[in-house]
Design a protein around this ligand. Structure first.
Ligand code: ZN
Length: 251
C-alpha cells in the first residue's frame, strides 16, 4: 500500500518539501483571491496573461510529476516533448473556462504531491532530466517547484511580494540566482556581485576571466531577489547610487 506520508528522513529534504508546500499554499491563496473576471488581465511575466501563467503553473506540476514518475519506475519521461508543445499546451489551457483552469492547476498539484509522497527513499537520488537538458537527482524537482510557485504567485500581480517570502527562501533564491548565472553567463562577461544590506554574506557569480569591473548591486535580500529574477528594480542600486541594468536571465 502506498504510504500516506513522505518516505523521506533526510532533514534537508523534509525542510525542502515543507517550503515547497508553503509555496503551493501561497500560490493557491493568491489564485483564490483572484476573481474570474481578473483572469484576462496581464501577469507580470512579459507577454503572458494571467490565464497563460495559471495554465503554465498547472502544466509545470504535470511535467514535474512525469520526472518523479521516471525516478520511481526507471522508465524515462520528459518534462515537455518540445518548447513548441509546451507553448501550445499553455495557450490551450488559457482558453479553458476559469473554473476548469482553477481545477487543472489544483489537480495537477495534488497529483505531483502524490508522486513525491509515494517515491521510495532510495529513488530520490535517481537522476532525471530538466527541460534545459541537465541531469539532476529527483530531489531537485522539489526546488524546481518551490521557486516556480512562490515567484509565479508574485507574477499573478494581485498583491504577492517577495517581501512576503520566508527569509530562508529568500536566501535560497539568492544562491539559486548565482548558481544559474554561473551556467548562463559566458567566460569574459561582466561579473555580478549581490550585496544584501540585511545579510552578512554577499554573493559573487565569479565569471572566469571577467573584465575586472564587477556589477555590484545593493538592496535588501528580498529586493535583490526581485531584481535578480527580473521582477523589477525598486530599491536596488549600484554603490554609486545608480539603477542597475537588467539582471542576467533566470532561471
Ligand atoms: Zn515558470
Amino acid at each position: 500500500m502506498p504510504a500516506r506520508t513522505d518516505n523521506v528522513r533526510d532533514p534537508e529534504l523534509v525542510a525542502a518539501l515543507l517550503m515547497m508546500r508553503r509555496g503551493q499554499a501561497y500560490w493557491a491563496r493568491k489564485l483564490n483571491e483572484l476573481h474570474d473576471d481578473e483572469f484576462d488581465g496581464p501577469s507580470r511575466v512579459p507577454g503572458w496573461t494571467r490565464r497563460q501563467l495559471i495554465a503554465h503553473v498547472g502544466f509545470h506540476a504535470r511535467a514535474l510529476a512525469r520526472l518523479v514518475e521516471w525516478a520511481r519506475t526507471g522508465v524515462e519521461r520528459r518534462m515537455y516533448d518540445s518548447p513548441e508543445q509546451r507553448a501550445e499546451e499553455i495557450d490551450f489551457g488559457a482558453t479553458l473556462p476559469t473554473e476548469a483552469l482553477r481545477n487543472l492547476c489544483a489537480h495537477a498539484a495534488v497529483h505531483l504531491n502524490v508522486e513525491w509522497r509515494d517515491l521510495p527513499e532510495a529513488s530520490w537520488r535517481s537522476e532525471v532530466r530538466t527541460a534545459g537538458g541537465r541531469l539532476v537527482p529527483a530531489t531537485e524537482t522539489v526546488w524546481m517547484r518551490t521557486r516556480e510557485v512562490w515567484i509565479h504567485a508574485v507574477d499573478l500581480d494581485n498583491g504577492g511580494r517577495v517581501t512576503d517570502f520566508p527569509p530562508e527562501l529568500v536566501d535560497a533564491l539568492l544562491e539559486d540566482l548565482v548558481r544559474v548565472w554561473r551556467w548562463k553567463i559566458r567566460v569574459g562577461d561582466r561579473d555580478v556581485i549581490l550585496e544584501p544590506v540585511d545579510r552578512a554574506q554577499r554573493h559573487r557569480v565569479q565569471i572566469e576571466g571577467d573584465r575586472g569591473d564587477p556589477l555590484i548591486v545593493r538592496g535588501t535580500a528580498a529586493d535583490l531577489v526581485t531584481w535578480g529574477t527580473g521582477r523589477g528594480d525598486k530599491n536596488v542600486s549600484t554603490p554609486e547610487g545608480d539603477r542597475p541594468p537588467p539582471a542576467p536571465g533566470w532561471p
